[in-house]
Design a protein around this ligand. Structure first.
Ligand code: FES
Length: 169
């Protein structure tokens, strides 16, 4: 098959590998304060699976002996966590106040125009996911864009092409 698509490049729920659940269980078992470590556990789970589908959230709830609704509540509160498969590169645009007043909305519009998807969506080739986040604590660099872990500061709409070209294959 020549052309790949998002379904081939990202993990579907039914394909969640058992060994990742085993690794997550091992991580949880190694924690001293399990119930007080929900956020850390969710970070670990997202780094293992790439996202936090319902099955993973329920697994964590069972392991901790807490209601699933408690886990769902935390996942939906923090914009960092995602319940959908993501692309190879996640472009996170800060929409906190400092970034917003310095023109993050223009950057947002340009990213959507260039990639042909809206925020919260992944490009059909599975390369980029667009998401907006709250203040990432780098207001002096506003507007701020992160591509996975790499930080770009003082970004304007004119920088979008250059940033994307660093990752386009
Ligand atoms: S508001 Fe964007 S980094 Fe703080």
């Amino acid at each position: 098959m020549e052309k790949s698509n998002i379904h081939e490049q990202t993990t579907s729920v039914k394909d969640l590998p058992q060994d990742l659940f085993d690794e997550l269980r091992k991580y949880i078992d190694g924690l001293e304060d399990r119930k007080g470590s929900l956020i850390n556990i969710l970070h670990k789970a997202q780094s293992l699976f790439g996202f936090l589908p319902r099955e993973v959230q329920l697994f964590i709830a069972r392991e901790l002996g807490i209601p699933g609704s408690q886990v769902f509540g935390v996942v939906s509160f923090y914009s960092y966590f995602t319940t959908k498969p993501t692309g190879k590169y996640t472009i996170s645009l800060c929409m906190g106040t400092a970034c917003f007043v310095k023109g993050a909305d223009k950057v947002k519009f340009k990213l959507e125009e260039k990639l042909g998807v809206k925020f919260g969506e992944t490009t059909p080739d599975g390369l980029f996911t667009l998401r907006d986040v709250r203040c990432v604590g780098a207001c002096g660099l506003a507007p701020v864009v992160l591509v996975n872990e790499k930080v770009y500061g003082n970004v304007t709409e004119n920088d979008v092409d250059r940033i994307l070209s660093d990752y386009q294959e």
